[in-house]
Design a binder for this molecule. Structure first.
Ligand code: ZN
Length: 251
């Protein structure tokens, strides 16, 4: 993640996939499935110059309206070129991640995630916890999933094969992950001890100093589910017929 600026993306989060440009997880061909929220080698973070506002906080020297979200948080600048180059399965694209978690779209196929009265379907590469209602109030940046993609992912995705937890939960947008900056001369700089990305809630006094890279939700009313059992009882298993049980890392 770049720490000194990033520059122009002319593409807002909601421009990467519309009704007329439905995302196809089979972009690569050959049976590989590439999650919608993943980054590609042809996409890049762009450099620009940070400035410090007199009232406190950071901005871009050539800041534009789309550089901030509806909470006024500054976002990293990144190009949008889904399908360009090779997929980077371990990196999330900031704008596609933001679009998916905001609209509660499946992180793999970008269609509406599975939902019942118990909430949306979520999948985390974690050990189930014995704490009641876990992961309640834990900031989550991975968007939800549809049932077909969930069943596929736990069998084929390297991050989920060792262990995973599937659950339904209600959620709300709560903040961002990002890099915190501090005053500096001639430009503000990342806080050295916080150079890695961290979570910041929207109410955090430090948020004006943050450059966001991912949006987060907190969950409540979490109920563990068995994906195979769901598939036998839910029509949503048919939700994503294009994603067959094939997953490969083409690198
Ligand atoms: Zn899906």
């Amino acid at each position: 993640m770049p720490t000194e600026a990033v520059s122009t993306s002319s593409c807002p989060a909601n421009s990467v996939a519309t009704k007329s440009t439905r995302y196809d997880p089979r972009l690569l061909g050959g049976g590989a499935v590439v999650p919608y929220i993943g980054m590609w080698t042809g996409e890049e973070f762009l450099s620009t110059q940070f400035v410090q506002h007199a009232s406190g906080g950071i901005g871009y020297a050539d800041e534009m309206l789309l550089d901030r979200d509806e909470w006024g948080v500054l976002w990293t600048r990144v190009t949008v070129g889904i399908g360009a180059g090779r997929p980077l399965f371990d990196k999330l694209h900031p704008l596609r991640q933001r679009r998916a978690i905001t609209r509660l779209l499946c992180q793999v196929c970008a269609q509406p995630a599975d939902r019942t009265e118990q909430g949306h379907l979520w999948l985390l590469p974690e050990q189930p916890s014995y704490e009641p209602d876990w992961p309640k109030d834990v900031p989550i940046t991975l968007p939800p999933v549809c049932l077909a993609c969930a069943r596929l992912s736990v069998r084929m995705c390297p991050a989920l094969r060792p262990t995973y937890v599937a659950f339904r939960a209600h959620s709300r947008i709560c903040g961002v992950r990002g890099v915190q900056f501090a005053p500096g001369h001639p430009f503000p700089r990342p806080v050295p001890e916080l150079e890695d990305e961290e979570f910041f809630c929207h109410e955090d006094p430090a948020i004006p100093w943050v450059m966001a890279t991912q949006r987060a939700r907190t969950l409540r009313d979490c109920v563990y589910v068995d994906l195979d059992q769901l598939a036998n009882t839910s029509e949503s298993a048919q939700h994503c017929p294009r994603v067959e049980p094939v997953w490969s890392d083409p690198r």
